[in-house]
Design a protein around this ligand. Structure first.
Ligand code: SAH
Length: 235
């Protein structure tokens, strides 16, 4: 059954028009008919099954039954330095499928990307959340410098620094010794972290350097690898 992310509140019999893009998708791409049922979720009220009212002008949805209660999916954060071209898209999609609830594009000394396409990332995150049957969409934050992010960081959220060099604990061992439900993964840019960044990061009490294995992974591979391991061992 088709599953769409909506912003409207969801409760029994709540009824609202879908936006232009979703109406077009339902009518002309998915060829839905008046009276067909779809699933919707909004990140707050769980998942609801309801009925489409399709007219020439617009498509409206009326909620009938709640199919799934809302659960808090907000425990896993990805901090990543976007690498050039559209690899960022894949990282956003895979992080969404792997349960990231917040994604921070970060600018490090060797990050080559200047403008981060936040709205494109948001659209990718919504589509991935619809497809993988999540009940919330990861929040995509505006890009910010690593130092700024760390200055304002909530120390209760431990950061696993994926360190391609230097002293680091195998990630599975690090996770086994942690009982923090709320974790963040930090992935560097194609050029890696500078020595200055590594030494700054290694002094922070809420940062644990971890290794993902003996090979140097591409940044997007490292993000997928770290998130998959956390999901497999912690969720
Ligand atoms: N250009 C660097 C590699 C950067 S890889 C070099 O040649 O050394 C991009 C990012 O992926 C790294 O900053 C790190 O966060 C992550 N990464 C890659 N391989 C890793 C590994 N084996 N263990 C932990 N993190 C890794």
């Amino acid at each position: 059954m088709i599953r769409l992310f909506v912003s409207a509140d969801l409760k029994a019999a709540s009824s609202f028009p879908l936006d232009e893009k979703q109406s077009h998708y339902l009518k002309h791409v998915m060829r839905q008919n008046d009276g067909d049922d779809i699933l919707v979720f909004n990140g707050r009220d769980g998942e609801w099954q309801g009925t489409l009212a399709i007219t020439k002008k617009n498509v409206a949805f009326t909620a009938q039954t709640q199919t799934r209660a809302q659960v808090n999916e907000g425990l896993l954060t990805l901090l990543f330095a976007p690498i050039k071209s559209n690899h960022g898209n894949m990282t956003i999609e895979k992080a969404s499928e792997l349960g990231a609830s917040a994604i921070y594009p970060i600018i490090t000394e060797r990050t080559v990307v200047t403008r981060v396409p936040t709205d494109r990332y948001e659209a990718i995150a919504i589509e991935a959340a619809e497809q993988c049957e999540r009940l919330s969409v990861p929040k995509i934050h505006e890009a910010q410098k690593l130092e700024v992010l760390l200055k304002n960081w909530n120390e209760h959220k431990h950061i696993l620094l994926c360190a391609e060099a230097g002293e680091a604990t195998p990630i599975a061992a690090a996770l086994a010794s942690m009982n923090m439900p709320s974790l963040a993964v930090l992935i560097g840019p194609e050029g890696g972290f500078t020595d200055k960044e590594f030494s700054m990061l290694r002094t922070l009490p809420f940062v644990t350097p971890v290794t993902l294995g003996p090979r140097i992974l591409r940044a997007d591979t490292a993000a997928i690898s770290a998130l998959s391991i956390i999901q497999a061992l912690k969720q």
